[in-house]
Write a protein that binds this ligand. Structure first.
Ligand SMILES: *[C@@H]1O[C@H](CO)[C@@H](O)[C@H](O)[C@H]1NC(C)=O
Ligand SMILES: *[C@@H]1O[C@H](CO)[C@@H](O)[C@H](O)[C@H]1NC(C)=O
Ligand SMILES: *[C@@H]1O[C@H](CO)[C@@H](O)[C@H](O)[C@H]1NC(C)=O
Ligand SMILES: *[C@@H]1O[C@H](CO)[C@@H](O)[C@H](O)[C@H]1NC(C)=O
Length: 372
């Protein structure tokens, strides 16, 4: 209830809120900086040349009926975290004009749907090809003896590299202008929270679809992703970030269309299994840093066992299917569309990571903030 009220206050304050200095007595941290994919994109993709956009009805039907580019009916995972922190919803970096960016000191969202940890992860388009030796070696999905489908990259998005590059620009240009002194900027950065929700597309649009990483086993691919992710986290640390929440791909094998492909799930699992150790290593290396990770596997298994206990009537149907009318009560659904969660789903996961004990470790976000 309390979070619901805060949300409307935030909406009413609209753009103004982003531009006001954070009221330090009210918010738990100075700012929330968000990196990732469509699980947390707040509209960056609206400004890019891609089909991976959610800026049309019925996306946002429970967000004042505004299709902001969020891939859900209401708030996304990052929005709910921001509300719990007492902050305005971080605006999409590409949605704020260059000349106004310096005014924002409560956090910015760099996330971009269809992107991932790897530079070459992006939206794909299916192509049909007549079967030949070359085709047999490179395709993933052979449909018949005479032809096969393969996927080619198509469309733009902000890779994690690009997102961190933009954050660097925020730090060196915009925050510098906002605060005037370097010390104040560094204080602001160290008192802020950094949320990364990324990795799903590196599997769904890259590892599972394209041939590029076919030679890597799932464990090798996870290690490859973690190495890259680790180096990006270090860059954020070097710019001044200290407190991190990192969420990676969950049970991607489970989706409304294929419920549940356990072989796929097993291929994704090494990433979240190995993440806590990687973050622990970083925390030891980077003095003053604190990391928590979200491991959706166990929590989702609990939900699978008893969806109704968590308020869901169905896990296998999506609320919205293109060409069909939207469901009557999105709250009853786990999935909003073919892949993305409903607001009810986002609230469940975000609130659990914020103050619960079943999703994020070694502490929840509240405890992370109050540590030190
Ligand atoms: C900040 O919060 C305090 C306490 O809630 C309130 O009195 C004050 O007016 C707020 N300041 C701004 C600028 O919102
Ligand atoms: C929501 O927006 C859509 C598209 O703009 C419109 O057709 C619909 O009537 C709106 N619904 C409500 C309840 O305002
Ligand atoms: C990925 O892109 C960034 C720039 O956006 C570049 O600096 C980096 O070298 C690229 N990495 C690879 C492996 O291509
Ligand atoms: C941020 O950008 C500046 C200027 O382009 C560059 O010198 C610096 O190395 C960058 N910092 C990081 C951590 O990437």
């Amino acid at each position: 209830m309390a979070t619901f009220k805060v949300f409307w206050v935030v909406l009413l304050m609209s753009q103004q809120a982003f531009f006001a200095k954070a009221n330090r007595t009210k918010s738990l941290v100075e700012a929330l900086y968000v990196f990732g994919d469509s699980s947390v994109d707040a509209g960056n993709n609206n400004n890019l040349n891609t089909f991976a956009k959610a800026n049309i009805y019925p996306y946002g039907i429970d967000f004042n009926n505004k299709s902001t580019g969020r891939f859900t009916n209401g708030k996304n995972f990052a929005d709910v975290i921001a509300i719990n922190l007492g902050l305005p919803l971080p605006p999409p970096y590409l949605g704020v004009s260059e000349s106004e960016r310096y005014k924002v000191a409560t956090g910015i969202n760099y996330a971009s749907g269809a992107c991932g940890i790897l530079n070459d992860t992006r939206d794909v388009r299916r192509k049909k090809k007549m079967l030949s030796e070359h085709c047999c070696l490179t395709v993933k999905l052979i449909v018949s003896c005479s032809f096969c489908y393969y996927f080619v990259p198509k469309g733009d998005c902000l890779s994690l590299d690009k997102q961190v590059e933009y954050f660097n620009s925020t730090v060196t240009n915009d925050l510098q202008k906002h605060f005037q002194s370097k010390d104040e900027v560094q204080h602001h950065l160290s008192e802020s929270l950094y949320l990364l929700s990324i990795g799903s597309c590196d599997y769904a649009l890259n590892y599972f679809r394209r041939a590029t990483y076919q030679n890597k086993t799932p464990v090798e691919f996870a290690d490859y992703l973690l190495e890259k992710l680790g180096s990006k986290l270090k860059e954020l640390y070097n710019m001044g970030a200290r407190k991190f929440v990192v969420a990676v791909a969950g049970q991607l094998g489970c989706s409304p269309s294929e419920f549940c492909d356990e072989i796929k799930n097993e291929k994704v699992k090494p990433l979240s299994d190995k993440l806590p150790r990687k973050l622990q290593e970083l925390q030891t290396q980077l003095s003053g840093s604190l990391f928590i990770s979200s491991n959706p596997f166990n929590f989702f298994n609990e939900i699978r066992k008893a969806p109704e206990k968590f308020g869901f009537k169905t896990l296998t149907k999506s609320c919205y299917v293109v060409g069909q009318p939207i469901c009557e009560n999105p709250k009853d659904y786990y999935y909003f569309d073919f892949a993305h969660g409903t607001e009810a789903n986002n609230e469940l996961f975000a609130n659990e990571c914020f103050s619960g004990s079943r999703l994020c470790s070694p502490t929840n976000i509240e405890q992370l903030i109050h540590a030190i």
